[in-house]
Design a protein around this ligand. Structure first.
Ligand code: PEP
Ligand code: MG
Length: 748
């Protein structure tokens, strides 16, 4: 029986392929296909519904229903049985359609006389394209083999749709990957860019979904799977040093690669007439469809693993590697599901922007994009399915929005915005060598944040007076192993040389929380941002911290050295970390190495507790830098990584500003220099308010220095402070309103 059905479905597929090979416009082909399927499946009706837009399905071709309903009958996603098949991405098979939940018949089609209904989704790698339906008068449920055969046909249709087989005169379907699409994601890094799509992993195109010789296809599949297994085994043996999580992923790969179920399903697909690559892709599509409905993060990860593995197998089978020989376009915007920090750094500043389907504000890729000052949009769901290499794309990192293949009007408005930003930047360039002094004569020091040697040229270009925060974790994140001390010495020395005597504040390793080193044992923590991170790791396992401190002392090689410890929550932590640094200096002295001419030791104030530390803490600390990103999240108890709450509280909230005022007072009392290095320092209005509150050093992204300096030079900080105090005295909960109205009364 199975044998007969298998050869039936093979026959059907072959007829389908021949039909598709015939010349003809899109509509003509669809009509022939419905006729062919109805005939082969001995059902009176076969209809193809395709998506007109994300929400609407349209009857595009039918055999058996009334011809005048074609291109007239439409339904919304989830509406009627057809809409339900599309929504759930799974078949509906019933002997009694009118009795089925959600049934709604369309009178113009004349379908009321058909009792049985079988609908399967037409989808490609999780992309919903439409629904394929067969109906018959006889009340009978379709057999499993018939369901299966229709699914295989739907998959071939999806594949052919991808190749544009149904486009043309009388357009049955608008061509795929041609329409403008808007993606609403989230901001990973601000900035705007226009360019062309560069897919990190180019999509594999299957041109031969149907095959004649199952034996040959079976042999091709076996060969490819054997090659895949070998490559996974090789990854496992050559990646001895990888952490447990990566090992788990590779083990999962190995498990899937050896899974009988996975292989058997593909073998069955081949026996029914699919080519080896179409069989792999069918499995991949099924995994992606499942992914949409699985809430469990562990299972989702495994389905992602299966997806990756299918991609590898497809590349082996089609010979389409990552390197397709395509040339990178002139203004590449990288589009990927996700990307590691080292890979992103490899692309470097060549990229004009990055768009990811996954990622998070604090992910390694985001950190690198921020360091490279490339606009980044994250959570642009399904963009890798939509975008093709070379497509025009606009990235709006400020709004977290991406326009793919934009209409000309959108593109030109976007270009105007970029031009305005560029004009403002060139206006700011004229301020480069001028001080950030308010009209009241208050001088604010402007420093920049950095994390790569490649950032250092900005020191001269932006007019920054020093590096107020050098994040040292990037050098650790992009390697597969702990960097050697000598490597770090060389990097830090180059940073100091590039700074040409300007002060560089080196922040010791801030890992843990969202920044997990690839080679570090991952500790499962319920709330990593409040867990074992930064100085807590450094003090509990001082090996790496001491090595880093030695590297900094040696890199200074007689020059002044400035070291800052992150995430200090209490005085004792600072005291202990400082002791480590002084011990290392002592050790270097014994070894006869050159010692720094002068050492400044500071702490980041990122937890409210530190603001209430004893007076001795402020006296002992040479300087304090407020890490506003962390401080704000802990002050308001609002996770900086959580899209739902991260923008909920405003820095200009009165309680927060009053807290900043207290920190300023405590530092003044202890004679401690104070700076602010969180993202808010780079926002002109926020920066002006921090300066008005008494903070004299701000450290920010280089691109923010111009706009911040521009505003500070235009205003009297004392008067701004008076306006803020007045609003506070009047009971304002938030100072933004009063500050904005004060600013609008100024001649700026
Ligand atoms: C901060 O928390 O404000 C800060 C500058 O450190 P990071 O953003 O690296 O946590
Ligand atoms: Mg921080």
């Amino acid at each position: 029986m199975v044998e007969r059905t298998e050869s039936e479905s093979r026959k059907l597929l072959r007829r389908l392929r021949d039909t598709l090979a015939e010349a003809g416009a899109g509509q003509e082909r669809l009509d022939r296909i419905t006729h062919l399927i109805a005939d082969s499946m001995r059902s009176e009706v076969c209809s193809i519904y395709l998506f007109r837009d994300d929400e609407t399905l349209e009857l595009c071709a039918t055999e058996g229903l009334k011809a005048e309903s074609v291109h007239k009958t439409r339904m919304r996603l989830g509406e009627g049985l057809v809409g339900r098949v599309a929504k759930a991405s799974s078949p509906i098979n019933t002997a009694n359609a009118p009795a089925e939940k959600g049934f709604r018949y369309m009178p113009e089609t004349g379908e009321e006389i058909y009792s049985s209904f079988l609908g399967v989704p037409i989808q490609r790698l999780g992309e919903k394209l439409g629904v394929l339906v067969v109906q018959s008068k006889e009340a009978r449920a379709f057999s499993d083999d018939e369901v299966y055969a229709l699914e295989v046909v739907a998959m071939v249709l999806a594949e052919m749709t991808e190749l544009g087989a149904f486009v043309g005169e009388g357009e049955a379907l608008a061509a795929l990957h041609k329409q403008p699409v808007l993606f609403r994601g989230a901001t990973g890094q601000e900035g705007s860019a226009e360019g062309q799509v560069w897919l990190h992993e180019p999509r594999v195109v299957i041109t031969n979904p149907v095959a004649d010789d199952p034996k040959k296809e079976q042999a091709r599949l076996n060969e490819a799977v054997a090659a895949l297994r070998l490559s996974v085994d090789a990854m496992l043996t050559t990646n001895d040093g990888v952490d447990k999580e990566q090992k788990d992923i590779l083990e999962a790969y190995r498990m899937f690669a050896n899974s009988r179920g996975w292989l058997r399903r593909m073998e069955e697909d081949i026996a029914r007439g699919l080519s080896a690559e179409a069989a792999v892709e069918k499995e991949q599509s099924a995994a992606r469809a499942r992914l949409e409905s699985v809430p469990d993060p562990y299972l989702r990860d495994r389905l992602h693993d299966l997806d990756d593995l299918s991609n590898r197998l497809l590349r082996i089978l089609t010979g389409q590697g990552s390197d397709t020989g395509a040339e990178m376009p002139p203004n590449p915007i990288l589009v990927a599901r996700n990307i590691g920090p080292a890979e992103l750094l490899d692309y470097g500043r060549k990229l004009k922007g990055v768009v990811l389907e996954e990622g998070s504000v604090g992910s390694h890729a985001s950190i690198v994009a921020r360091a490279l000052a490339i606009p980044l949009v994250i959570h642009a769901e399904r963009i890798t399915t939509e975008a093709l290499n070379g497509d025009r794309i606009l990235v709006d990192g400020d709004q977290g929005v991406v326009h793919l293949r934009p209409e000309e009007t959108v593109a030109s408005a976007f270009r105007d915005k970029i031009a305005m930003q560029a004009a403002a930047q060139s206006r700011y360039a004229s301020l480069r060598d001028l001080p950030a002094t308010g009209l009241c004569g208050t001088r604010i020091q402007m420093h920049m944040n950095a994390g790569l040697i490649a950032d250092l040229p900005s020191l001269a270009g932006s007019g920054a007076e020093g590096v107020g925060l050098f994040r040292t974790e990037l050098q650790f994140l992009i390697r597969a192993h702990v960097p050697k001390r000598a490597e770090l010495v060389a990097i830090y020395a180059r940073v100091m040389e590039a700074a040409r005597g300007k002060r560089v504040v080196f922040r010791t390793l801030d890992i843990g929380s969202d920044k997990v080193l690839p080679y570090m044992k991952r500790v499962e923590e319920p709330n990593p941002a409040m867990g074992w991170r930064a100085i807590r790791v450094g003090l509990d396992k001082p090996g790496i911290m001491r090595m880093q401190l030695q590297a900094l002392i040696r890199a200074a090689n007689g020059r002044p050295l400035t070291v800052m410890f992150p995430f200090v929550a209490e005085f004792d932590e600072f005291r202990a970390a400082r002791r480590h640094l002084l011990d290392e200096i002592e050790r270097e002295r014994h070894l006869g190495h050159a010692l720094p001419e002068r050492v400044e030791i500071g702490a980041m104030l990122e937890t409210p507790s530190l603001a209430f530390a004893p007076k001795e803490f402020f006296e002992m600390t040479d300087f304090i830098s407020i890490g506003g990103n962390d401080l704000k999240q802990f002050f308001f108890a609002a996770d900086r990584e959580n899209e739902t709450v991260r923008r909920r509280y405003d820095m200009l909230n009165t309680s927060y500003m009053s807290f900043i005022e207290q920190i300023v007072a405590r530092c003044a009392e202890g004679g401690t220099q104070l700076s602010f290095c969180g993202e808010d320092a780079g926002r002109p209005i926020e920066a002006a308010c921090l300066a008005a509150m008494g903070i004299r050093t701000l450290s920010m992204r280089p691109a923010s220095i111009g706009p911040v300096k521009h505003l500070i030079r235009k205003i009297n900080l004392k008067e701004l402070r008076a306006a803020m105090d007045e609003a506070r005295a009047a009971g304002a909960v938030n100072l933004r309103g009063p500050v904005m109205s004060w600013l609008s009364s100024q001649d700026i």
